[in-house]
Design a protein around this ligand. Structure first.
Ligand code: 13P
Ligand code: SF4
Length: 306
């Protein structure tokens, strides 16, 4: 798209956003121009909290399906639109409600804690949801000692290691993007940039997380960099985060831990698709009432744990 036609499209988006009392939410992994357009850019936890509390009538959710679905569950009176409805999260598809119920039978005393990267049907058979920003705190504070954690094995293992008093049964799911980062990537990056700190998302493998200086959600990584006096950072999460990092810290240097840290689904949202979403008020994301009510209990618990 040429610069002048992009400017025209953005002007039209702004007009429709105001006319529809809409809010545009963007995840930290979205394309740079989507982040610049959004009313709010954040991690999964912050975006869910905003969706639940915003006064806006219409939410244009620039992220992936489970995020828009969580917004629809938390805010049933609002219309939630995902500009590209094919934007999914492969990890969320690695657990089904039927399989979760089988694990419940296997471990009848365990509470089911689902990472927010899961389907509404899975949330509906879960006791709690969490994000990477509050997983440890939530599991630490719930009364149950025995937990089924799903679907991310890496976040599950990270939680279990922090909380040795809890018995955690870990689901074997993973994020295809974060799972490809290897300890060799960390060794090489440190060799090239020995003064840099290594910051990774807990979706990375345990061997990678063990070599990091900091492990956190996308917004926790952004906050860590903001407060740090260090100048160079090796980033172990999806490349979209580099936009906020560079914008907020123009004097600092950032290096991606692995060039494959790209989530193709997050990149499906484009400016023309956001415009089409506002013009057509679709594709709308909605959840069947019987699933929605059960999933909301688990999600309500998640957004309270900060
Ligand atoms: P955050 O909750 O850290 O934003 O991460 C979401 C996600 O999908 C990570 O891959
Ligand atoms: Fe899902 Fe991984 Fe993409 Fe996050 S980065 S949305 S976990 S596929």
């Amino acid at each position: 798209m040429s610069q002048s036609s992009q400017a025209g499209t953005i002007a039209e988006i702004n007009r429709l956003r105001a006319d529809n009392q809409a809010i545009i939410l963007a995840h930290n992994y979205q394309n740079d121009e989507i982040q610049d357009l959004a009313d709010f850019v954040g991690d999964s936890l912050a975006l869910s909290q905003i969706a639940a509390t915003t006064e806006a009538k219409l939410i244009i959710f620039c992220g992936v399906h489970f995020m828009a679905e969580s917004a629809a569950i938390l805010a049933p009176e609002k219309k939630v639109i995902l500009p590209d409805e094919t934007a999914g999260c492969p990890m969320a598809e690695m657990a089904s409600a039927e399989e979760v119920l089988k694990w419940r039978d296997l471990y009848p005393h365990a509470a089911v804690v689902s990472y927010v990267n899961s389907t509404a049907a899975v949330k509906a058979v879960s006791d709690y949801c969490c994000t990477s920003a509050n997983a440890v705190k939530l599991v630490q504070n719930i009364p149950e000692q025995e937990i089924i954690f799903l679907p991310d094995q890496n976040l599950g293992r990270y939680v279990a290691l922090q909380l040795p008093d809890k018995l955690v049964h870990i689901w074997p799911g993973y994020c295809i993007t974060h799972h490809r980062v290897t300890p060799e990537n960390v060794r090489q990056a440190k060799q090239y940039q020995p003064d840099a700190l290594v910051l990774v998302h807990p979706e990375c493998r345990q061997e990678v997380a063990e070599m990091a200086d900091f492990i956190g959600s996308t917004s926790q990584i952004i906050n860590y960099v903001k407060k740090s006096l260090v100048q160079k950072f090796i980033i172990g999460t999806e490349m979209g985060i580099l936009h906020s990092l560079q914008k907020e810290n123009p004097q600092k240097f950032f290096y991606l831990l692995n060039p494959g840290l790209v989530c193709p689904n997050m990149k499906l949202t484009t400016i023309p698709k956001v415009l089409a979403a506002l013009q057509n008020l679709k594709p709308e994301i909605s959840v069947a009432p019987e699933i929605r009510l059960k999933a909301k209990t688990a999600l309500d618990r998640m957004i309270k744990f900060v």
